[in-house]
Design a protein around this ligand. Structure first.
Ligand code: SF4
Ligand code: SF4
Length: 100
């Protein structure tokens, strides 16, 4: 089984100042970074997002869900092959969009 970490960005609106999930996670799963890269100017604080980038390192402790003050994190576990299938479908859709 592998973790699937969904973050509701309507609830997680100020990740740069909050970062509680990032601080508490013993497996250092989360990263907080800008969603756009601008040449010649700093990213606006509102353009930062938390993502569970290293979800494959998640031990399932649930600490991030407990500590999140806005209940923005949803943690589920699915079989690895099912996740791989989802990623394949996402990638195929991205490639199709680029070709059109
Ligand atoms: S469940 Fe635990 S290991 Fe997994 S992302 Fe949350 S805090 Fe990190
Ligand atoms: S703890 Fe919750 S609100 Fe805070 S940065 Fe993480 S996901 Fe966003």
């Amino acid at each position: 089984m592998i973790a699937q970490i969904k973050i509701d960005y309507a609830l997680c609106t100020d990740p740069l100042n909050c970062r509680q999930c990032l601080s508490v996670c013993p497996s250092v799963v989360f990263v907080c970074g800008p969603t756009k890269v601008w040449k010649g100017r700093e990213s606006d604080p509102g353009e930062y997002k938390i993502i569970g980038r290293y979800y494959d390192k998640c031990s399932g402790c649930g600490d991030c869900v407990k500590v999140c003050p806005t209940k923005a994190i949803e943690l589920t576990f699915i079989p690895q092959e099912q996740l791989a299938q989802m990623f394949r479908a996402e990638r195929a859709a991205q490639l199709k969009e680029r070709q059109s």
